[in-house]
Ligand binder design. Sequence first.
Ligand code: NAI
Ligand code: MG
Length: 348
Amino acid sequence: MTIRLAVIPGDGIGPEVVTEGLKVLDAVSARFSLQIERTEYDLGARRWHATGETLPDTVLDELRAHDAILLGAVGDPSVPSGVLERGLLLRLRFELDHYVNLRPVKLFPGVRSPLADIKPEQVDFLVVREGTEGAYAGSGGFLRRGTPQEIATEESVNTAFGVARVVRDAFTRAAGRPRRKLTVVHKNNVLVHAGDLWARTVREVAAEFPGVSVDYCHVDAATIYFVTDPGRFDVIVTDNLFGDILTDLGAAIAGGIGLAASGNINPQRTTPSMFEPVHGSAPDIAGRGLADPTATILSVAMLLDHLGYREASQAVEAAVAEDLLERSTAGRRTTAHIGDAIAAKIVG
Ligand code: NAI
Ligand code: MG
């Protein structure tokens, strides 16, 4: 029962929230007799300034030897936009073939949603975002950059293999949930090539899952339903870019970005999966104890679940749920206080 865990605290609030995630992991490990072998990796803005490196190949090789990765966040105003996000975060997702980017959207009891009159049971769904293709694949370029005749392209790459594997994963997840409902989100009325491949793939894979009902909505309509009727969703499968945008909206309706967890998953487990809060490095609040560590702590719960430690995962989620219930009366707490409170509930 040893977990070889790589930890990448990263930039901004990343190290602050990761400290609390590890605090809770230590508490749950003690209770369930798990051994954690932790290795911390100094990646992000500091390293880039010091050495010019984002993700050295040697570090990538070392990361591969772990069971899972816990990441805080990367990105800093002192580093040109995209250098760390593409060179570190996206490179990890691509190199480790994290083709399932799993993002639960769940409103916990006691948490205030900006939606009026919404009940927790109406917001409880799972977004399966494709993680290795689409507009994020890095296919594109400049021509005549910096001139009035400049051309910039950013192609969305969709492979039959890549779409089929993420769609099959989403069906599998839907089949394992009580409602057994899958909603495909795309824009196949305009993006007719990728949209056609997605639609045909869904039809083919659906035949393997007769117990799962399937519906479809365009991504623009999906943003309406997220706000007006989130209860219609159970599992959503969508492409990389749509999923990125939709899940920030999902985080907002479920009580805020400070609560939204995610997993970058390689379901075959040929590489370590990586768990991280949906939010970024929040430079506007970094270093002041203002960051909410809950998203990172829930990401730790997802990590444990992925590795098969279901009871430990549920214990973390239950402690978070209890803490969230009490929050409205708890007054303002620092990052560390929230971590302490959740860890204490696990120890019992
Ligand atoms: P952000 O998520 O860092 O911040 C957006 C807003 O949410 C800010 O007002 C921030 O204070 C607040 N916020 C975020 N996390 C919070 C938490 N745990 N508790 C309380 N408030 C929280 O997104 P933004 O500002 O667009 O990006 C900042 C940097 O992070 C950029 O460099 C961006 O590229 C990077 N980024 C990195 C991600 C990652 O590492 N996975 C994901 C998103 C952005
Ligand atoms: Mg995002």
